[in-house]
Design a protein around this ligand. Structure first.
Ligand code: BG6
Length: 456
């Protein structure tokens, strides 16, 4: 297990919101390596004490409620180094403070990933070291390829962790359990029975002061290119031979390679883009997106998007995959919905026609719901829909804690492989291109509404 963690961008939001709470969770569970040392690195003229205060405040604000008790042992493991993270000499001295393998965590804005990786290429990382890159991995297909090339000069693929925290969520892993540990679902998991798969990630969250990043990203780059396509990959992939990192990642890449966005020749609305206007959400007023501090309206950034995809392979030919996500919407809803074909023959009177079955896999709170048709108690020949629902216990580890643990163990099963990141960009690139050519108008929706149009 690696026991040295270097957080480049140690004074940032990601460190405060996710890394410190994740470390505290692991500490509470006794899962941190003996003698762990965590060094925050950044331009701020801080010292160890100041970094400790920052971490303590982060833990007060963001550590999960169940992680009570003292964080003294964690705080004692922290130290701070002031440095320009693109300066190879300085990085070399920092890394060279010990010969032990190190986790170099890039908790940095994506714009500096490339110069930092170049600087790291000029120094020697101790054998067994790993590098962690946060999403977004590039801004388009070309930049992702470029970043992959730089990374391959630095470390072997299995030592590069491209994170997508969604993969470490419990329900997401349950997709695999449901599909591959039960006899009943897999035989009907194909175009022969499933007409459409909706992958929905609606958020009530608005911009939350993230304009610096979000206004350059937008919903398609922020959510679809990574989180939603990862969900699609797990739902649509072929059964892996086992749960090893090679099996799982190869099956995901296979299905992403078969996936493409529909074109305007195939459907009237291959994609939708929209952004929110002022509205009311949960009793509070949300300002128009374009009036938020740091937003440049000329960028035309979307806060909502929908896209229809096809998976061109034997299993899924003809099944539609719709992906939808947006911010400042009426409710929080993250779910994957499999919509089944209607029954081949109706045996009940037509006015009690059965509804097509649906299987919903919901994230947060985690639930699995299967909608079926049953006879009513009053009349044997009348039908009514009912639901078989299973609520799952909250996960023991948050997604970030789980990922951090995997990183310290050098287990890349839940990280995104380089070619996988590129395939995901290849899928969204035609949509980005059609938007750049202004072929899809930018619609609006009031904050607190259900979005700009019909929703799956
Ligand atoms: C992040 C996106 O990756 O995922 C955010 O940048 C989004 O815009 C978030 O709100 C959603 O994930 P979670 O786990 O916080 O619901």
């Amino acid at each position: 297990m690696i026991s040295r963690l270097l957080i480049l961008g140690g004074s940032g939001d990601l460190t405060a919101r996710y890394l410190m709470p994740a470390l505290a969770e692991l500490q509470a569970g006794g899962q941190l390596p003996e003698g762990l040392r965590v060094t925050g690195v950044g331009r701020d003229e801080w010292d160890d004490e100041r970094f400790g205060e920052f971490a303590a405040e982060a833990l007060r604000r963001h550590a999960p409620a169940h992680v009570g008790g003292s964080h003294d042992a964690l705080l004692a493991a922290l130290s701070w180094r002031t440095a320009d993270v693109t300066d190879a000499d300085r990085l070399g001295r920092l890394v060279g403070e010990s010969d032990e393998p190190v986790v170099v965590y890039l908790a940095l804005p994506p714009a500096v990933f490339a110069p930092v990786v170049d600087a790291l290429c000029r120094i020697r990382l101790p054998s067994g070291s790993v590098l962690v890159v946060e999403k977004p991995f590039g801004t388009d297909l070309d930049s992702a390829r470029d970043l992959n090339e730089r990374l391959s000069a630095l470390l072997p693929e299995e030592a590069v962790f491209r994170l997508d925290h969604v993969l470490a969520k419990q329900t997401v892993q349950n997709i695999l359990g449901l599909r591959f540990a039960n006899r009943v679902f897999e035989p009907i998991w194909s175009h022969a029975h499933v007409s459409q798969v909706d992958i929905v990630w609606d958020e009530t969250l608005a911009l939350e002061g993230r304009a610096g990043y979000y206004d350059r990203a937008g919903a398609l780059r922020d959510m679809v290119q990574n989180h939603l396509l990862q969900l699609l990959a797990l739902v649509a992939m072929e059964p892996p031979t086992g749960m090893g990192q090679r099996d799982l990642r190869e099956r995901k890449v296979d299905v992403l390679r078969a996936t493409r966005a529909l074109t305007s020749d195939e459907t009237d609305h291959p994609s939708v883009r929209a952004r929110y206007t002022a509205g009311e959400l949960g009793g509070a007023q949300v300002p128009d997106y374009t009036s938020e501090e740091g937003v440049d309206p000329r960028r035309g950034t979307e806060t909502f998007t929908e896209a229809t995809l096809a998976v061109d392979n034997w299993r899924w030919a003809g099944t539609l995959f719709t992906l939808r996500t947006g911010k400042a919407l009426a409710g929080d809803r993250t779910e994957i919905v499999l919509r089944f074909h209607e029954v081949p023959h109706r045996v009940f009177p037509v006015d009690t026609a059965p509804e097509a079955n649906t299987l919903r896999l919901r994230l947060g709170p985690d639930q699995i719901r299967l909608r079926v048709n049953l006879n009513t108690s009053e009349d044997l020949f009348t039908l009514e829909p009912g639901e078989l629902a299973l609520s799952l216990a909250p996960p023991q580890l948050s997604a970030y804690a789980r990922l951090l643990l995997d990183i310290l163990h050098r287990d890349a099963t839940l990280s995104i492989r380089g070619d996988e990141a590129e395939e995901s960009w290849r899928i969204v690139q035609p949509i980005l291109d059609s938007w750049a050519r202004d072929e899809v108008p930018l619609a609006t929706y009031p904050a607190g509404s259900s979005g700009p149009g019909s929703s799956p």
